[in-house]
Design a protein around this ligand. Structure first.
Ligand SMILES: NC(=O)c1ccc[n+]([C@@H]2O[C@H](COP(=O)([O-])OP(=O)(O)OC[C@H]3O[C@@H](n4cnc5c(N)ncnc54)[C@H](OP(=O)(O)O)[C@@H]3O)[C@@H](O)[C@H]2O)c1
Length: 247
């Protein structure tokens, strides 16, 4: 079986967890990392895994490297999980936000998603098969004060999947968005001010979550794995909020 899952943000918190879950199932994986592959270093010599480094903000690089790895391996990409993102690190109201910071987040998160889909979809179309999960966030429905660029970019991603579900239905391609609420992640690399911003945000949000906890990586894996499985042949263009009951 050459069936292959492509995971972006594979060195991120969620991406690395997914990479390890699928690697344990001996699934063929193309893992897209950006600056580092430290969290998935143990998979470097796994024969079912290819790790490549791509700046998704660059279309030419994204397309060339994805085409190259598919030709080199002879693997057949059938599923895509897109977790790569620039986080919301502005923590300022929009009026105080520098245009450069805004455009960096928008460029990576929206154009990066466009570049990725533009590079992967032709392979799915050639195979007349594809299943895609794009990661957004529950900020698509509640907004994110002091995170306008991130929340705008995530809303764009969710809407993109609605559009592509219609555009690509005739190619047997299914695409959905997963929008989690707060997730507990490794914060060791964050600046003190960003940690403080998250702490306050999480404290407030946790009070509002009926299940009284953040989503785990396992919670996210469960829904994504279902959406990408053969059991899902009819759900497309939907956005799933993984928020422990918080509307
Ligand atoms: N964590 C949460 O609480 C939370 C809540 C709601 C939604 N989400 C969503 O869930 C998804 C996964 O979150 P996460 O916590 O796993 O994020 P994360 O740990 O920050 O991982 C994101 C990854 O994206 C990569 N990336 C950034 N810019 C890139 C670029 N230009 N090209 C390619 N890759 C790039 C980063 O690589 P480098 O570090 O090497 O740049 C990083 O490994 C994201 O889409 C996020 O928006 C997360």
């Amino acid at each position: 079986m050459n069936d292959t899952i492509i995971i972006t943000g594979a060195n991120g918190n969620v991406g690395a967890f997914f990479a390890h879950e699928y690697a344990a199932k001996k699934q063929k994986l193309i893992l897209i990392a950006h600056k580092s592959d430290q969290r998935i270093a143990d998979l470097r010599n796994n024969k079912n895994v290819e790790i490549i480094f791509i700046d998704l903000a660059n279309l030419a690089e994204t397309k060339a490297k994805i085409d190259e790895i598919i030709i080199k391996t002879g693997w057949k990409p059938t599923r895509l999980i897109h977790t790569a993102t620039v986080r919301s690190h502005d923590f300022k109201p929009l009026v105080e936000t520098e245009p450069e910071l805004w455009s960096n987040i928008i460029n990576t998160n929206i154009m990066g998603t466009f570049n990725l889909l533009k590079s992967v979809l032709p392979h799915f179309i050639a195979n007349q098969y594809g299943k895609i999960v794009l990661f957004a966030s529950n900020v698509t429905r509640i907004g994110l004060p002091k995170g306008s660029a991130y929340s705008a970019s995530k809303a764009a991603i969710a809407n993109l999947s609605r559009t592509l579900a219609v555009e690509e239905a005739n190619h047997n391609i299914i695409i959905n968005t997963v929008s989690p609420g707060p997730i507990r992640i490794d914060e060791s690399s964050f600046s003190e001010s960003y940690r403080k911003f998250r702490e306050e945000y999480y404290e407030e949000k946790l009070r509002e979550i009926p299940l009284k906890r953040c989503a785990t990586f396992g919670d996210l894996f469960g829904i994504c794995n279902f959406l990408l499985s053969e059991d899902n042949s009819y759900i497309t263009g939907e956005e799933f909020y993984i928020t422990g009951g918080k509307l």
